[in-house]
Design a protein around this ligand. Structure first.
Ligand code: SIN
Length: 356
C-alpha cells in the first residue's frame, strides 16, 4: 500500500512539473511580457558625461542643459551626471574611458580627434570658416556627415556637433598684429598636427598639451602664449597671466558629442528616444547661445582686465590668411582633396558674402 502511495505521489508531482514547464514556455509569466518600451522606465539609471572645460562655457552649459532635459523627459528615471573641468578624465584620457565603458558621453574639441582619423584636421585649417553660419553649413552638411562616418571604424557614434567659437591669440611677448609677431614664441596648442604646422609657418612653436595644464604653463612661463576661444580664456582666467590678446578669429573650436556605438545599441528604444530628443534640443540651444556668450565674456575681459586687446583689421587678417595658406596644400594628401575643396567652397561663399 505504502509503495502504491509513493508511486502515485511521484506520478502527480511529475505531471505537475511537466505541465508547469510546458505552459510556462507557451504562456510567459506576467513579468516577462512587460517590457521597458510598454511600461516606461522602471528604475533609475545613471550615465556619466565627462568634459574638460568650465561650467560657464558653451560646452559646460550645453552638458548641463542636456542633463536637465533628459531628467525632465524621463520623469527623473535617467540621470546624467556631468563632470566638468576634467574632474573625471583629461582630454587625453577621455576617448579611452569612453571605449572602456567608464563614461557614456564625452564632447572633445574636434581638434583632438585627428588621432582617430586625419579627416578631422579639416576643421583646424586656418580661417576655414568665416563665421558661425559657415560652420553650421559645413557641419550640418557633407563635411559633418563624413567626419561622423569616420568614427564608425572605432565603434564610436557621433551624436551631435556643439559649437564654441573662434580662436584668439594671447601672449606675454608683445602685441601680436602681424604674422611675424609670433616669431620665436612657444604657444600651448591642442593635440593637432595642423595647428602645430600652422604655427611653424610663423616660425613659432606649438606645444601640444592638455587643456587643464594651460593656466599653469602660462603662469610658470613655460609657454609664451596660447590660442583659444574667448569663453575658455575668460572662464579659465588666462587673461590674468597674459598681457596681450589678439582678436584674430583665425581658427574654429567646436565639439563632437560622442558615445560608444555598442553601448548605444544595447539601450532600450525608449531610452534612445529620450536621449536623442534631448540631444537635438540641446544642440539647437547651444547654437543659439554660444556666440553671445563669447561676445559677453569678451566685454567682461575688456572691462575688468588690464590685458591689451588688438582686433585684426581686414588688411591684417588678409596678411595672416596669406601666410597660413600653405598648410592647405601641405595637408591635401592627409585630409583628402574632397574635404579641403568643400572648405574652400565655404570660404569663397562666406568670406565674400560678408565683404571680407
Ligand atoms: C575645450 O574647449 O574643450 C578645450 C579646448 C582646449 O583644449 O584648448
Amino acid at each position: 500500500m505504502k509503495s502504491l502511495l509513493a508511486f502515485l505521489s511521484m506520478l502527480v508531482f511529475g505531471i505537475a512539473t511537466a505541465l508547469y514547464i510546458g505552459f510556462h514556455d507557451n504562456f510567459p509569466s506576467r513579468d516577462r511580457i512587460y517590457d521597458d518600451e510598454q511600461e516606461g522606465l522602471k528604475e533609475l539609471v545613471v550615465f556619466k558625461f565627462s568634459h574638460v572645460v568650465a561650467e560657464n562655457t558653451p560646452k559646460g552649459l550645453a552638458a548641463k542643459k542636456f542633463a536637465q532635459l533628459v531628467n525632465e523627459k524621463s520623469a527623473g528615471k535617467i540621470k546624467i551626471e556631468v563632470f566638468p573641468n576634467g574632474s573625471l578624465y583629461s582630454d587625453i584620457e577621455e576617448i579611452k574611458a569612453l571605449k572602456e565603458g567608464d563614461v557614456q558621453f564625452i564632447a572633445p574639441s574636434t581638434s583632438k580627434l585627428g588621432m582617430l582619423s586625419p579627416d578631422w584636421f579639416v576643421l583646424d585649417l586656418p580661417y576655414a570658416f568665416a563665421d558661425y553660419d559657415a560652420v553650421r553649413e559645413g557641419l550640418h552638411g557633407k563635411i559633418g556627415d563624413q567626419l561622423f562616418a569616420s568614427l564608425q571604424k572605432d565603434r564610436i557614434k557621433g551624436l551631435a556637433y556643439w559649437t564654441n567659437g573662434f580662436k584668439q591669440i594671447t601672449s606675454n611677448k608683445g602685441p601680436v598684429k602681424n604674422p611675424d609677431d609670433l616669431k620665436g614664441q612657444t604657444l600651448r596648442i591642442m593635440q593637432s598636427n595642423v595647428i602645430e604646422d600652422q604655427f611653424k609657418l610663423l616660425h613659432a612653436k606649438g606645444r601640444q598639451d592638455s587643456f587643464n595644464s594651460t593656466f599653469q604653463l602660462l603662469e610658470s612661463k613655460k609657454v609664451d602664449g596660447e590660442e583659444n576661444t574667448i569663453s575658455n580664456i575668460y572662464s579659465k582666467k588666462f587673461y590674468n597671466v597674459q598681457n596681450y590678446m589678439t582678436i584674430s578669429n583665425h581658427g574654429y573650436l567646436g565639439y563632437a558629442v560622442m558615445t560608444d556605438q555598442t553601448w548605444w545599441n544595447s539601450l532600450p528604444k525608449e531610452t534612445k528616444r529620450i536621449l536623442s530628443e534631448a540631444m537635438k534640443e540641446t544642440t539647437e540651444w547651444n547654437e543659439k547661445h554660444a556666440a553671445k556668450m563669447n561676445k559677453d565674456q569678451l566685454q567682461q575681459i575688456r572691462e575688468h582686465s588690464p590685458i591689451l586687446i588688438h582686433e585684426l583689421t581686414d588688411e591684417e587678417r588678409k596678411a595672416w590668411m596669406k601666410r597660413l595658406d600653405p598648410v592647405y596644400d601641405q595637408y591635401k594628401p592627409i585630409i583628402g582633396e574632397h574635404l579641403i575643396q568643400q572648405v574652400r567652397d565655404l570660404q569663397k561663399q562666406h568670406f565674400t558674402s560678408n565683404g571680407q
